[in-house]
Design a protein around this ligand. Structure first.
Ligand code: MRU
Length: 340
């Protein structure tokens, strides 16, 4: 794949209409899908055509904006808000963004409701874009000297407004001093194998793909200088929900003496939840585990557990990198310091 110098972006917004890069088709095909309102936007979020905590917040905000542009009024605002807020439960960015556009709509008069919601969605998009850049810089400062990073899932431009969170740090280190990325494939939907590898190849970042089960042994053997992951929700005490398998990486990193760094915008912090036990973990359809596309990997009908996320206790996390600074380690006190 040729190295591209153009920034990769997973969505296009022209002020009225929204297109997303359909991530279910990557890396095989780059197809842009036009979304028109709340229902198709919620469906795209549910089937992971668009995914990643910050990105689903931005896209949901535009979903509300498009709905109220078609049918200005409080009825459409309430309906769109309800439909999109619950499309996926774990990433708090989704509810956070939808609540923001909802409040903007409520605060406007009937004549300006649609414009107010659109302006708020655009503001969220711009803020999340800027947050990615700040996270990349802060994370690269923190990890200066690290040559080999292990990561899971996809936390790049396909997951956020700008270059992403954990993967944006890897890209920044690549630009500054060079880095190699060990990408966990991320069963069952292979966001690492399909999306992270695609982004890294596009940017010319040296990388190797590994099966998730290889990660712990490789960490023990000193294969990575740091583990860097994203987050879907950070509780007030610093516990972090992220893609299933993240907790296992943290458990393996600690005895191996490898720093375990979480990166994400402050829109991922949920101060209303005292700790990670209160985070709702999305359980997805067993079919995602039984097979991929047409290919079955087990017997049809095999009973399956398919939690999409897990929670890593704050005590296993070396640092949380946000656009407002670094909490090292994350705790109730250090998070309060970041947010005030
Ligand atoms: O199910 P997904 O692909 O939406 O899960 C995404 C993750 O777990 C990411 O690590 C997280 O959203 C952070 S993205 C910057």
């Amino acid at each position: 794949m040729a190295v591209s110098t153009h920034p990769l972006r997973a969505l296009r917004w022209d002020g009225r209409r929204l297109w997303i890069l359909d991530q279910t088709l990557l890396p095989g095909r780059e197809a842009w899908l036009e979304l028109t309102g709340a229902a198709d936007t919620a469906a795209a979020i549910r089937r992971l055509a668009v995914r990643g905590a910050p990105l689903i917040g931005i896209v949901a905000a535009y979903g509300v904006a498009m709905e109220v542009a078609h049918q200005p009024g409080l009825g459409a605002l309430e309906r769109a808000t309800g439909e999109l807020r619950d499309a996926r439960p774990t990433a708090v960015n989704l509810a956070w963004a939808v609540d923001r556009v909802h409040a903007a709509g409520l605060g406007a008069g009937p004549a300006t409701l649609a414009a107010a919601v659109r302006a708020e969605a655009q503001a969220i998009h711009a803020e999340e874009d800027a947050a990615s850049a700040a996270i990349a810089a802060a994370g690269a400062d923190l990890l200066a000297g690290a040559r080999r990073l292990m990561t899971i899932c996809n936390t790049g431009a396909l997951a956020a407004g700008g270059d992403g969170s954990a993967l944006a740090i890897a890209l920044e280190l690549h630009r500054r001093s060079g880095v190699e990325v060990l990408a966990c494939e991320t069963r069952p939907l292979l966001q690492g194998a399909r999306l992270t590898v695609w982004e890294l190849a596009r940017h010319g970042v040296p990388h190797e793909l590994l099966v998730d089960g290889a990660a712990a042994g490789l960490l023990r053997r000193g294969a990575a200088d740091a583990v860097v992951v994203g987050c879907d929700r950070v509780a007030a005490n610093g516990d972090v929900a992220n893609k299933v398998g993240t907790y296992g990486l943290a458990l393996a990193a600690r005895p191996a003496g490898v720093p375990f760094v979480v990166a994400g915008p402050t829109s991922s912090i949920d101060v209303a939840l005292p700790d990670g036990d209160g985070i709702e973990i999305e359980e997805r359809d067993g079919g995602e585990v039984r097979g991929f596309g047409e290919a079955m990997v087990t017997l049809p009908g095999t009973p399956v557990r398919n939690p999409a996320f897990d929670v890593t206790p704050a005590g296993l996390i070396t640092a949380l990198v946000t656009e407002r600074g670094v909490a090292a380690p994350p705790s109730a006190e250090s998070l309060r310091g970041l947010l005030t």
